[in-house]
Design a protein around this ligand. Structure first.
Ligand code: AMP
Ligand code: TRP
Length: 338
């Protein structure tokens, strides 16, 4: 991490653009819970990122509460970690503009998430969607965060954040002013795939409602989705090497492993040689056991938006206390009047 000497800090964010699912939980939120006692943690609901694609204003507020409630329901303690909404801390937008002038067009042209989200008609995508990873870099670096827990799909954006930090430090001769943030991606659950297609990532925007287990799904719905999950006709292999060319089987075993804290090999030591008729009910029971209580707590919290609003407002104040001095120093470094 270069010669950066500042404190270790964690920042991550999730967009309020739809329901939280098993992939978000295993790839991101669960890590947030584990990290909160090790590091100073900032967990953001990135509403400014959400509006890079159209969001109905009447729904955006509820979606923001949904993400905040997911953090809490999964076990993030708002007294330990800081939970806040991005638009509640102005310094994100201010730093993003300055970073827009540091990042190069060529860097952004390579971002695969933009290509995926913009689709064929990129002329009609918002400018915000294009410069989205620059705002993400500002989210991280305005707290001088050193570690960023995310799923595998965010790897490229994290590399861009490092490039922006390094170029800022270099161009403004501010040696080691910004850290080069490290992604925390590894571990089971970094890439959960669709239940309908083992080669596509589980995503809230999947058109098939059976592709995705939402945290708020009732136990019978969870069980039905697992039962209907696409598989192949063969029994499970005896060891993980046998999953290499079986994406659907690999995904289901991976979910079981991630939720049970076992390795793929340990799961297969138990279920290898058995068919999905045996494995799927065991998996459904495990997913219900681990996810349904979180879903129930999430719904209970969502029913109290005033409480959630209070958590976010309090968090935004604490977050601003860290972000404001950073942006003040950045302005001075850039040569703005202070
Ligand atoms: P998103 O829902 O795309 O805003 O993602 C929020 C967080 O969940 C990010 O850290 C993603 O990397 C992570 N994430 C999203 N989908 C998956 C998935 N299918 N598997 C693992 N992590 C995921
Ligand atoms: N781009 C991330 C996603 O789609 C969300 C995000 C925004 C984020 N800002 C962040 C993640 C800062 C980590 C750190 O999931």
């Amino acid at each position: 991490m270069s010669g950066y000497q500042g404190p270790m800090r964690v920042l991550s964010g999730i967009q309020p653009s739809g329901g939280m699912h098993l992939g978000n939980y295993l790839g991101a939120i669960r890590k947030f819970v584990d990290l909160q006692h090790e590091y100073e943690c900032y967990y953001c609901v990135v509403d400014m990122h959400a509006i890079t694609t159209w969001q109905d204003p009447a729904k955006l507020r509820d979606q923001t509460f949904h993400i905040a409630a997911s953090y809490l329901a999964a076990g993030v303690d708002p007294k330990v970690a800081t939970i806040f909404h991005q638009s509640g801390v102005r310094a994100h937008a201010e730093l993003a503009w300055i970073f827009n002038c540091v990042a190069r067009l060529g860097w952004l042209d390579r971002m695969t998430q933009f290509k995926d989200k913009a689709g064929k008609d990129k002329e009609r995508a918002s400018v915000g969607l294009y410069t989205y990873p620059v705002l993400q870099a500002a989210d991280i670096l305005v707290y001088k965060a050193t570690h960023v827990p995310v799923g595998e799909d965010q790897k490229q954006h994290l590399e861009l954040s490092r490039d922006i930090a390094a170029k800022f430090n270099h161009d403004f001769k501010a040696l080691d002013f910004l850290p080069l943030p490290e992604p925390l991606i590894k571990g089971p659950g970094a890439r959960i795939m669709s239940l309908r297609d083992g080669t596509a990532k589980m995503s809230k925007s999947d058109p098939s409602e059976n592709a995705c287990v939402f945290l708020t799904d009732e136990p019978d719905v969870i069980a039905r989705k697992i039962k209907k999950a696409k598989t192949d006709p063969n029994p499970l292999p005896e060891a993980a090497a046998g999953l290499a060319v079986r994406p659907e089987a690999a995904n289901l075993v991976g979910i079981y492993a991630a939720l049970s804290g076992k390795s793929d090999d340990e799961v297969l030591a138990e279920f290898g040689g058995q068919g999905f008729g045996v494995f799927k009910p065991a998996l459904a029971d495990l997913v219900v056991e681990k996810i349904a209580p979180i879903g129930a707590e999430l719904k209970r919290l969502e029913a109290d938006p005033d409480f959630l609003q209070g958590v976010l407002a309090d968090g935004a104040e604490r977050a601003a206390a860290i972000a404001d001095p950073t942006i003040a120093k950045v302005k001075e470094i850039v040569g703005f009047l202070v």
